[in-house]
Design a protein around this ligand. Structure first.
Ligand code: NAX
Length: 324
């Protein structure tokens, strides 16, 4: 029988964790023929709640689930890990300045990066979901000098899926008709969902919608969808976030011709090298590649640059705080 793949999930007792773990255990993260072993990392006060989730996982009797470990020690959680989903983070509380937020998250993602560096399997792949996701991924990556930088990624797949769904509704087409959607930049309100390269029925999407809708409705609806969910549901996106994490890792491992993911920049499209920014990506042979050669017009340039500027400011802020 195949050796189980070890998947570590941080923040396992949280609401995304609750939506994510059952799908991983059922085979949706890696494939219906790949056995998995789960490691749940939580803060000490939430270990008991994680144990409760583990009891429910047991009660599903998933054929592919070969074991569950629960711990508050990152060195244990990441020992031999092949996939790490970093979901647990410090949320912004009322009155919190950006510096405080970055510092609190530096205290989580620095040590977790080091624990990954020291303990994970050689093929470790990391997806950061916890916000500010791109910069948390950068912090973790900077504490893991022995792991190839490209193994640290942050999630913009939820934004990508939101963009697909908004465009499909507008044009009254199934989402499967939309190709080459791209989210550029930061997973934040500055993100840029790009319809100038997206295609519907083989034709450029931007040419099938009016410019005012694209600029004043589509872009802000996608970028602010998280806030709209909180407003409606009284809680932040959880199942859709878990779904996007599944999509990201599945495509990373199994390959895709085009999606969006935040990965370390190699300088493509004027994005400073090293910044973890969302790009149009393909996955081949288990590695993300930035899709090259796209023409960027002035409208897109301005928006990509604004989001990248925010990422550079976050990087400079964590540098100034000594977090990287
Ligand atoms: P919850 O507050 O429900 O759960 C977070 C869990 O993380 C808690 O159980 C907490 O105990 C745990 N935790 C905190 N510090 C930890 C540490 N050092 N080690 C291990 N566990 C730790 O939040 P939830 O709704 O699950 O959201 C989790 C994160 O995802 C948040 O940062 C949120 O902002 C972010 N999101 C990111 C999205 C994206 O597209 N990238 C979308 C959804 C979501 O908003």
């Amino acid at each position: 029988a195949q050796t189980p793949v070890k998947v570590t999930v941080t923040g396992a007792a949280g609401q995304i964790g609750y939506a994510l773990l059952f799908r991983i255990a059922s085979g949706q993260l890696l494939g219906a023929d790949v056995p998995v072993k789960l490691s749940l990392l939580e803060v000490p006060q939430a270990v008991k709640a994680a144990e409760g989730t583990a009891m429910e996982l047991d009660d599903c009797a998933f054929p592919l689930l070969s074991g569950i470990e629960i711990t508050d020690d990152p060195n244990v959680a990441f020992a031999g890990a092949n996939v790490a989903l970093l979901v647990g983070a410090m949320p912004r509380k009322a009155g919190m300045e950006r510096g405080d937020l970055l510092e609190a998250n530096g205290g989580i993602f620095g040590p977790q990066g080091k624990a990954i560096n020291d303990n994970a399997a050689d093929d470790i792949r990391v997806l950061v979901v916890g916000n500010p996701a791109n910069t948390n991924a950068l912090i973790a990556q900077q504490h893991a000098p022995d792991v190839p930088a490209e193994r640290f990624t942050a999630m913009t797949r939820l934004d990508h899926n939101r963009a697909l769904s908004q465009l499909a509704a507008k044009l009254q087409v199934p989402v499967t008709e939309i190709k080459k959607m791209t989210i550029w930049g930061n997973h934040s309100a500055t993100q840029y969902p790009d319809l100038f390269h997206a295609e519907v029925g083989g034709k450029i999407a931007a040419e099938q919608v009016d410019e005012a809708w694209l600029r004043d409705t589509f872009i802000p609806t996608v970028a602010k969808r998280g806030a709209a969910i909180i407003e409606a549901r009284g809680a932040s996106s959880a199942a859709s976030a878990a779904n996007a994490a599944i999509d990201h890792v599945f495509d990373w491992v199994n390959g895709t011709e085009w999606t969006s993911a935040a990965i370390p920049s190699d300088g493509s499209y004027g994005v400073p090298e090293g910044i973890i920014s969302s790009f149009p990506v393909a996955s081949r042979g288990g590695r993300w590649e930035i899709i090259q050669g796209l023409e960027i017009d002035a409208f897109s340039r301005e928006r990509i640059d604004a989001s990248v500027r925010e990422l550079v400011e976050e990087r400079d802020a964590v540098r100034a705080l000594g977090l990287i």
